[in-house]
Each structure stands twice: as structure tokens, then as C-alpha cells.
Design a protein around this ligand. Structure first.
Ligand code: 6PG
Length: 477
């Protein structure tokens, strides 16, 4: 009997997805290219160990692999994003037929996915760019799955993809068709952007707790654990507590031995590049990317720190007040990060004609993924109540919460800056919110200068929008 689905790329994510699929009753064929210089065969190894006794068949050549699949053939690519996807697709095409399906489960750039969907469509085949979040654990036990591309493929792959998805509290699978073209990978990209913002906000909170309150790791873990019982409840807060408690074998707290130079693979940066192309503010995510960039310049920072010594002695702040203020600040800033991510998806949906359902996307992120959190339910509800909602913070529920947090949010950001703590994302979120809620901004001055030096024209407060004026600012010489 032929296999229901084939999977190429037996890295840990690929292996785990194959095991997850097999565990849900699907027959899976797997293949991996042989890695030069590696003696042991990756496929044989997997079949002999982790896949033993499961409905997983190993294949030795790409031809044998494709031949092992039912029609229409469904091939799940779990190879590295970038040229490897094109390479594999190129090798597969001569072996596939009209109606066959390729799913790319990597973190591919959505523009590549757009192109691949079109290229395959012209050949009568269907390409699906599928965002998958949840890391190794999610791949094995249930991920958040964001498929998009050639919709003709959806009826065939839906049962399989839904079966490997995480279940939300109400039992529904965190997998839904996102939209055409590169929509699936786009939504995964924004998910990762929000992840960057969330992570940096948590890191800044950790930094503030440590520096303003001089808390020990265990005490900070207590704070995060407590917060995880309330409105901040989320996977990232939960693992922060666990990280803070983690000790090395026979040693001290590991967190204190980890170098403060952050890495990144590109999805956060892509979100920011796209937001610039779409003229949509994404300050929280942009600052989170820049913060990682700056962190990575460790030797420059060490040098600069010697030159510009910060005042190290500051008062130790009151525990109760500061913890409560940081909770409100983290919550409000986090709301801004999500609001910006959702606003970007709204603009992208209009620009690329994807017809994204923002409520359904929030539902997809309730379980399985890295940014899973309690308040995604509230976001889903907000966009369900008002599908055309132009900004998340116009929702009454969030509006009330942000308004309530504002005084304390302003105060705690000022305190952190006054004490010389760099908190770029806390600041960016507040700046964005203050700008967003300003009736009379400073941009009249920008327009005046543009017109002064370049005759770029301006609109007037006493004339309808769209009517442009130019002033003769200087006497003609
Ligand atoms: C997920 C993660 C996953 C991966 C990120 C990390 O949703 O499961 O986002 O995709 O861990 O790519 O990205 P950086 O290496 O850029 O931090």
C-alpha cells in the first residue's frame, strides 16, 4: 500500500513531523539526501531507531520516494529555507504529475513562496507554503500550522495537516487555510516578528527586575510564575520562569553564564523590511531586531562601556509597586506589539489581495506556537466582533486596558531610562502609542521643511485632504 504523504528532510523538525503524522494514522514515506562525508545513512538510522514499528517507510532514492506515494502525490519539504527549496522542487518536478502537491514547511520568505506557487501552478501542480510554529516539541506533539498558496491542494492536505496541529482549549485544531500565494509564510513571518518583540520585552523586564529591585534569579522566577497566572499567561513567560530556575549540573544558574549576544535567522528582519515597504509602523519588532543587532556587537559594547561609565548606584525601588508597574508595562507594550503585527497583516492583506481573516489567524496562534498566550483569545474575539476593525487598540476591551495602564507605563519607562537602563522596545511601544493617540503632531513642521527646500507641497488644516499647496517661502533673488 502506497504512502499518504512523503517527507523530505530528516532534521529534527522533519523527523518529528513524520512521527507526528504516523502517530495520527497516516502512512509516511521519507527520504533525505545523503550528506557527503557522513558515513551513516540518515534514512536508515531514522527507520531503525525513532521510526521503528511506525507506519513510516524509508526510501533510498528520490525516484523510489516519489514512487512510494499515492496519487495525488503530497510531498512535505522540511529542508532549509532558501535555495535548498528550489533545488528540491527542481529535482521533484520531472517526477511529479499534474495535480500533485508540494508543501514547504520551512521558514521561507513569502516572496519566494509567491513565485513558487505561480511556477508550479503553470505546470498544473500545487505549491503550499506552510508556516509551522512550535519548535521541535510542536512538530512532534502538535504545532500551529499556517498553510497558504494553491487552494486546490487544501481538500487533500487538510485532514493530514489538521491532525498534526495542536488543539486549542476548545478542542479545535490550530490549523486553517490562511490565503493564496505567500500568505501562509507571510503570517508565519509576522508570528516570528511578534515573537521577537515579545522576547525582547520579557528580556527588558528581566533586566529591570534585576537592576531596579536587585532580585535574585529565583525571586524573578517567582514573579514570572505569578504573572503567568494572570493576563500575561503565555508560553514565553512560562519558559522565562523555568530558565531563571535552571542550574547547570553541579554549578550555578545557567542564565548567568550565557553570553549576552543574541542570534537571529532573518524572519524578524523580513517583517521589518516588509513593513517599510508597506509604509506601516512596526516599531516594536524593528527595535527588537535592532536590539539583537546591538547585543551582538559585544566587543564594541565592552569598549564603549569603559568610555562612558553609567552611574551604577541607584536606589533600590519598592518591590510591590515596581513589580505591579512592570506587569502593567509589559502587558501594554505587548499589546502594542501584537497590534502592530495585526495592523501589518491588515495592510498586507489589502495590498496583496489575500483576504486574510485576522480573527482566524489569532485562533491559529492560541496553541502550539511560540507566541501562544491567553490573550490571543481576546484578539480573536475583537476581530470576530468587528472583522473590519482598523486597529486592534480601537477595540473597547483593549482600549480600556491600555488606558488604565498608561500612567504607570509612562512612569516606569521614565524610571528605567532615568536609571540608565536601555529598554528600546518598552520605549518604542510607548512612543508609538503616544504618537498613535496624538491629534496634533509635529509633522506639520516636516511638511513645511519639505516644501521650503524642495517644493514638495503640503495640505492645509483649513482645506480638504488631497488639495496640495506650495508656498513661496523666500524672496526671489
Ligand atoms: C517557531 C519559531 C521558529 C524558530 C525561529 C527562531 O515559531 O517555532 O519561531 O520558527 O525558532 O526561527 O528564529 P531566530 O533564530 O531568528 O530567533
Amino acid at each position: 500500500e502506497k504512502a499518504d504523504i512523503g517527507l523530505i528532510g530528516l532534521g529534527v523538525m522533519g523527523q518529528n513531523l513524520a512521527l507526528n503524522l504516523a502517530g495520527k494514522g497516516w502512512k509516511v514515506a521519507v527520504w533525505n539526501r545523503t550528506v557527503p562525508g557522513k558515513e551513516e545513512h540518515i534514512v536508515d538510522n531514522f527507520i531503525a531507531k525513532r521510526a521503528q514499528g511506525k507506519s513510516i517507510v524509508g526510501t533510498q532514492t528520490l525516484e523510489e520516494f516519489v514512487d512510494a506515494l499515492k496519487t495525488p502525490k503530497v510531498v512535505f519539504l522540511m529542508v532549509q529555507a532558501g535555495s535548498a527549496v528550489d533545488e528540491m522542487t527542481g529535482r521533484l518536478l520531472p517526477l511529479l504529475h499534474k495535480g500533485d502537491i508540494i508543501i514547504d514547511g520551512g521558514n521561507s520568505n513569502f516572496e519566494d513562496t509567491e513565485r513558487r506557487v505561480k511556477e508550479l501552478y503553470e505546470k498544473g501542480m500545487y505549491f503550499v507554503g506552510c508556516g509551522i510554529s512550535g519548535g521541535e516539541e510542536g512538530a512532534l506533539h502538535g504545532a500551529s500550522v499556517m498553510p497558504g498558496g494553491a487552494q486546490e491542494a487544501w481538500p487533500f492536505i487538510q485532514p493530514m495537516l489538521k491532525s498534526i496541529a495542536a488543539r486549542a482549549e476548545d478542542g479545535s485544531p490550530c490549523c486553517e487555510w490562511v490565503g493564496p500565494g505567500g500568505a501562509g509564510h507571510y503570517v508565519k513571518m509576522v508570528h516570528n516578528g511578534i515573537e521577537y518583540g515579545d522576547m525582547e520585552l520579557i528580556a527588558e523586564t528581566y533586566y529591570a527586575l534585576k537592576n531596579l529591585l536587585a532580585l535574585k534569579n529565583e525571586q524573578m522566577a517567582d514573579v514570572f510564575e505569578r504573572w503567568n497566572q494572570g493576563r500575561l499567561k503565555s508560553y514565553l513567560i512560562e519558559i522565562t520562569a523555568a530558565i531563571l530556575r535552571h542550574k547547570e549540573c553541579g554549578g550555578g544558574y545557567l542564565i548567568d553564564s550565557i553570553l549576552d549576544a543574541a542570534g537571529q535567522k532573518g524572519t524578524g528582519r523580513w517583517s521589518v523590511i516588509n513593513s517599510l515597504q508597506l509604509n506601516t509602523p512596526l516599531d516594536v519588532i524593528a527595535e527588537a531586531v535592532f536590539a539583537r543587532n546591538l547585543s551582538a556587537e559585544k566587543s564594541l559594547r565592552v569598549l564603549m562601556a569603559k568610555h562612558y561609565m553609567h552611574v551604577e548606584n541607584h536606589p533600590v525601588y519598592n518591590y510591590q509597586d515596581t513589580v505591579a508597574a512592570l506587569e502593567a508595562t509589559l502587558y501594554a507594550a505587548r499589546l502594542v506589539g501584537y497590534a502592530q503585527g495585526f495592523a501589518l497583516m491588515r495592510t498586507a492583506s489589502d495590498t496583496y489581495k489575500w483576504n486574510l481573516n485576522l480573527s482566524s489567524i489569532a485562533l491559529l496562534w492560541r496553541a502550539g506556537c511560540i507566541i501562544r498566550s491567553a490573550f490571543l483569545n481576546d484578539i480573536a474575539e475583537a476581530y470576530h466582533r468587528a472583522p473590519g476593525l482598523s486597529h486592534m487598540l480601537l477595540d473597547r476591551h483593549f482600549g480600556l486596558e491600555v488606558a488604565e495602564a498608561l500612567p504607570v507605563w509612562k512612569k516606569s519607562v521614565s524610571i528605567m531610562l532615568k536609571e540608565g537602563l536601555a529598554v528600546p522596545v518598552f520605549s518604542a511601544a510607548l512612543n508609538y502609542f503616544l504618537g498613535l493617540t496624538t491629534h496634533h503632531s509635529q509633522a506639520n513642521m516636516i511638511q513645511a521643511m519639505r516644501d521650503y527646500f524642495g517644493a514638495h507641497t503640503f495640505e492645509r488644516v483649513d482645506s480638504p485632504r488631497g488639495e496640495f499647496f506650495h508656498e513661496q517661502w523666500q524672496e526671489k533673488k
